[in-house]
Design a protein around this ligand. Structure first.
Ligand code: 13P
Length: 257
């Protein structure tokens, strides 16, 4: 079974550090069944791309894109520009974007469509806050976030036609807190998402759709999470900043092949 290990560097590692990270990464061997993706800050994409050279063991992604292809949107980055700079994936709907930058469900739909149009594989992040979880609203929240994207005919049609699409379940209460979800918490949420993907895209597509877990993943807990039912990979924040710990998580995924 293919597994994904993705590192979201957030606002860390500028161009110089990004190149150092790639140079310091222990060799990632025998990755036949593991897809490794790094999401540097957009400004570090060209440096990371150059440091990777002809190596195809790691793919690059952009942490966010605008919903339009170009225009008067100061400070924003279009999906096509990220693709030109070396990205092949795009995070959309990360909880930090939703919470700190007030991105709406509707905007995430537009951004997924824009990423697809530029040839990037969108990685849609969904997840509940602690109060929503305590109120028993896990399913309501993550299904709403998913529906805002898959309910779009253009996005759904593209995925049905074979355009790649990934999901990441990232409970907000587990992000940057050191309190990871248990493997069974992750399996439960992934099952809800997979069922709902089936509603929009059919059960075959739902079965094969990769769903990653993110939130306080470390080399110490990654094995259990990667082995959990319905978990196809991990989206790692803090522990992806160090080349040694990121490579260790890749190694754990490889051992599960
Ligand atoms: P941490 O692994 O630092 O909790 O971050 C998770 C995350 O937000 C990945 O996108």
């Amino acid at each position: 079974m293919r597994r994904f290990v993705a590192g979201n560097w957030k606002m860390n590692h500028g161009p110089v550090e990004a190149a150092h990270f790639i140079e310091a990464l222990p060799p990632l061997t025998d990755l036949r069944c593991v897809t490794v993706i790094v999401f540097p800050p957009a400004i570090s994409l060209p440096a990371a791309r150059a440091a990777l050279g002809s190596s195809s063991s790691i793919s690059l992604g952009v942490q966010g894109v605008h919903g339009e292809a170009s225009g008067a949107f100061t400070g924003e980055i279009a999906a096509g520009m990220a693709a030109e700079a070396g990205a092949t994936y795009a995070l959309v709907g990360h909880s930090e974007r939703r919470t700190l930058f007030h991105e709406t469900d509707e905007e995430t739909g537009g951004k997924v469509a824009a990423a697809q149009l530029a040839g990037l594989t969108p990685v849609l992040c969904v997840g509940e806050r602690i109060n929503e979880r305590k109120e028993g609203r896990l399913e309501e929240v993550i299904v709403r976030q998913l529906d805002a994207v898959l309910g779009s005919e253009v996005v759904g049609d593209r995925i049905r036609a074979g355009v790649a699409f990934l999901l990441a379940y990232e409970p907000v209460w587990a992000i940057g807190t050191g309190k990871e979800a248990t493997p069974s918490d992750a399996s439960q949420a992934h099952a809800i998402l997979r069922r709902r993907v089936g509603h929009w895209l059919g059960s075959d597509r739902a079965r094969e759709l990769p769903i990653l877990y993110g939130g306080s993943v470390t080399p110490a807990n990654a094995r259990g999470l990667l082995a959990a039912e319905g978990v196809d990979g991990v989206l790692v924040g803090g522990a992806s900043l160090d080349p040694g710990s990121f490579a260790r998580i890749v190694e754990l995924a490889r051992e599960l092949c």
